[in-house]
Structures are given as structure tokens and as C-alpha cells.
Design a protein around this ligand. Structure first.
Ligand code: APR
Ligand code: PHB
Length: 402
């Protein structure tokens, strides 16, 4: 089998890329390890920034998001029992975010693929990459017990943090930056009323809490916990007691509760693979970088990486120009480092840290006060939260680490 772009992974990165390429008349084949039901049913992130909203509309898959998503003009930061509003729209020059769950985005993208008369090859096994430093890179895989080979012009590694693509870049030219946090998030889905009209990020001595939402009757909330804690230690009562304590306000407001229908604990890490390209292999999304969820950036970074990749591949087929493709890693990483910085900043600003002395705690509260009351602080949070623009132009001395 032969295609122009072989895409490994049908997550947001792989599926958005396939649609961007299709609209430019470029053929692709998508190989996915899981089943269709599995990728369409897994609960993941929930916030799309303006940059991603624009990409989904541009590729013709924004209709259901526009109808069913909940558009927010701001969010709340809470500390010392006071809630401060961040007017994202005002401080970002009119931009917004939308609550529209990742698995709904996946459903829309899979439908778009089928409407284009194209397929996705699900349930593949043993995916391996070959000859990536030649003009005919290949992907070998196994489907229904048969060994197959896909010959491509380019390979897009969109296979998440644990996929094989990143490992195909030789170790000698791959610099990995990994930072582990000592905190995890316990996430729940509950049948309860929305806490507020917009998300609430709450700093509290007992730990951070986030009140988010999915629909008017289904809420998504999170608690800062020890990532090694056993979820069996967290009864529904204990979860609601903590959520209530950490998010209540001085005027007596309390989070609405209800039956919890799913719960789990995730570890937080920041990770960047520098470079994101080798030969004819380009990696994108979680395959190349991960962020702690505090800045809501994971899915959004995946969308902008593949926007850059699609532009580079399109230019290559149109005119033989390879300027954007040659600078793919540089263009993406410049923005990735900024999103990593923001996610790291949000994590430290909002999470409790038991090793802080009273001075450090005082500084943290003062930062919360400063960023939520100064024009400059509000603007910094707003422009990052709604998504920074892609910077296409060449920049000197870009390499962050020499
Ligand atoms: N072969 C084929 N497919 C694979 C393989 C493999 N060996 N390994 C992983 N995959 C698939 C996964 O099953 C998954 O469907 O690649 C896909 C990767 O998708 P995601 O992990 O969702 O990554 P990405 O598309 O980069 O999306 C960014 O941001 O919000 C966060 O973690 C969230 O998934 C989100 C991510
Ligand atoms: C979510 O709703 O899942 C969510 C929202 C905001 C975040 C992280 C996760 O920062």
C-alpha cells in the first residue's frame, strides 16, 4: 500500500491533520491501535482554546461544537475564600474558550473522515517505522493477523506519549526534557448542577481544586492529591467533603453535589522532545510533549502542531518549497515552550505545597492577588489561556537550551 502521508494515531492530532490534508487534496492513511468505540468513548480533556476553535471551524468540523459547546468569556481564580473573575475576552482582545469534550471532537473528526469517503484502520498491532531518513519511509503493522506495509512520502507520528514514533528519532539527536510534579489530580464526573457559569480554579491550604463542567447535568471536578494514592481511599463522601472545603467562599457558597459516576487519579508531568522532526518523520501532540492539565493546553497544542505540519506538507506538494517543513520543529517548539511555561506557572500558582514556609506561602498568595488584579497580570493569563498565535517567522537564537 502507498500513501502521501502515513499517520500513526487517531487522536486529535492525527485526525485534525488528516482533515487539513484532505482539504488540500493530499492523501493520507490513519493507523490506530485502539477500536473506534474506544477512541470515541474515552473521557479526556474538555477545554478548547480560541486557536483550536478556529482550526475546527476552518476544517469544517465546528458545527456541533458551535451548537452544543458552552462558550466561556472568562474563568474564576479563588484564594483565601475570595473569588476573582478573569475576563478572558476583554483581556485577550475578544477571544473565548469553549467547553466541548475531547471525545466529542473525536466523534466529529471521525465522521468528517467517513464523509470524505476515507477510512481509518483501527485495531492495528506492532506498528514500526522504517527508512525514515529516506524519501520512501515505511510503516509496518499487523492487522487481523496479517503483516502489512505502508510506503509513504511522509510519516506523521501522532501516537501519544507512549507511541513508537518518538523512539524512532535516533537518541543521539533527541533531547528529552522531563519534569515530574509531586502532585496528581483526582478527577470525577458527577450527576450534579454546574458550580458556576465559568470554571473555578481554587487555591486552598488543603490543596488545589478545579470545578469544571461537561453539560448542564454532568460536571467534571478535580482535586489535588498524592499521585500514588489509591482511588479506593476516596469514597464519594470524602471527595465531596474535600471539594466543598477547598472551594467554599467566605459568603457561604458551596459546590452543588450529586452521585459520582466515575473517578480516577492522574500523575502530572511536563515533557518536551527537542526535536520534533527527523528525516521524513514529524511528531506532533502528546508524542512530542505533555503538559500538566492546569493550563488546559494538551489537546490545543496537538491542534496547532498539526496546523504547522499541514502547511509545510501542503507547500511541499504545491511548489516543492520546504521552508516550513524544515523549520517545523523550531516553529512548534517555540510555542510549545510557551504553553509549557504557562502550564507550569498555573500549576505553581494554584497548587498547595506542603514544603512551603510561611514566606513562600505569602508570596504565592501575593502572586494570586497581583495576577488577578493588575492589568498586566490579567492580560498575561488571558492571552495564554485562550492560546498564543503561531509565530511563523524566523527568529534568531531560538534554541532555548544550548
Ligand atoms: N499504533 C497506533 N496507534 C497508536 C499507537 C501505536 N503503537 N500508540 C498509540 N496510538 C494511538 C492511541 O491509541 C491514541 O488514539 O495514538 C493516539 C494518540 O492520541 P492522544 O493520546 O489523544 O494524543 P494527541 O492526538 O497528541 O492528543 C493530545 O492532549 O488533552 C490531551 O491527553 C490529551 O489526548 C489528548 C492529547
Ligand atoms: C476539564 O474540564 O477537563 C479541564 C478543564 C480545565 C483544565 C483542565 C481540565 O485546566
Amino acid at each position: 500500500m502507498r500513501t502521501q502521508v502515513g499517520i500513526i494515531g487517531a487522536g486529535p492530532a492525527g485526525l485534525i491533520l488528516a482533515q487539513l490534508l484532505h482539504l488540500q487534496g493530499i492523501d493520507s492513511v490513519i493507523l490506530e491501535r485502539k477500536s473506534k468505540d474506544k477512541i470515541e468513548g474515552t473521557v479526556k480533556a474538555g477545554i478548547l482554546e480560541q486557536t483550536t476553535i478556529d482550526i475546527l471551524r476552518e476544517i469544517g468540523v465546528g458545527d456541533r461544537m458551535d451548537r452544543e459547546g458552552h462558550f466561556h468569556n472568562g474563568n474564576y481564580f479563588q484564594f483565601n475564600g475570595q473569588r476573582r473573575h478573569i475576563d478572558l475576552k476583554k483581556y485577550s482582545g475578544g477571544k473565548q474558550v469553549v467547553v466541548y469534550p475531547q471525545h466529542e471532537v473525536i466523534i466529529d473528526l471521525v465522521n468528517a473522515r467517513y464523509n470524505n469517503g476515507k477510512d481509518i484502520i483501527f485495531d492495528v498491532e506492532n506498528v514500526t517505522l522504517h527508512d525514515i531518513d529516506t524519501e520512501n519511509p515505511k510503516i509496518r503493522y499487523c492487522k487481523n493477523g496479517m503483516d502489512e506495509e505502508l510506503v509513504c512520502d511522509f510519516i506523521a507520528g501522532c501516537d501519544g506519549y507512549h507511541g513508537p514514533s518518538r523512539q524512532a528519532i535516533p537518541e543521539s539527536i533527541r533531547k528529552e526534557h522531563l519534569h515530574m510534579y509531586k502532585d496528581g489530580w483526582l478527577g470525577i464526573l458527577s450527576d450534579s448542577a454546574p458550580a458556576a457559569d465559568e470554571l473555578i480554579y481554587a487555591n486552598h491550604d488543603q490543596g488545589f481544586a478545579l470545578l469544571s463542567t461537561r453539560t448542564p447535568i454532568l460536571q467534571r471536578h478535580y482535586l489535588q492529591v498524592d499521585p500514588h494514592d489509591d482511588i479506593a481511599n476516596w469514597s464519594d463522601d470524602r471527595i465531596w467533603t474535600e471539594l466543598t472545603e477547598r472551594t467554599k467562599t467566605n459568603d457561604g457558597w458551596q459546590v452543588p453535589d450529586g452521585p459520582i459516576n466515575s473517578k480516577g487519579i492522574i500523575q502530572m508531568r511536563s515533557f518536551i522532545c527537542e526535536t520534533m522532526q527527523y528525516g521524513r518523520l514529524f511528531i506532533a501532540g502528546d508524542a512530542a510533549h505533555t503538559v500538566p492539565p492546569t493550563g488546559a493546553k494538551g489537546l490545543n497544542l496537538a491542534a496547532t502542531d498539526v496546523k504547522v505540519m499541514a502547511k509545510g506538507i501542503t507547500e511541499y506538494y504545491r511548489s516543492g518549497e520546504s521552508d516550513v517543513l524544515d523549520r517545523y520543529s523550531e516553529i512548534c517548539l517555540r510555542r510549545v515552550w510557551k504553553a509549557e511555561r504557562f502550564s507550569h506557572f498555573m500549576t505553581h500558582l494554584l497548587h498547595a505545597n506542603s514544603s512551603y514556609d510561611s514566606f513562600q506561602r505569602g508570596i504565592q498568595l501575593t502572586e494570586l492577588d497581583y495576577y488577578t488584579s493588575s492589568e498586566a497580570g490579567l492580560r498575561m493569563i488571558a492571552e495564554n489561556y485562550v492560546g498564543l498565535p503561531i509565530e511563523w517567522e524566523k527568529a534568531e537564537n531560538l534554541k532555548i537550551l544550548k
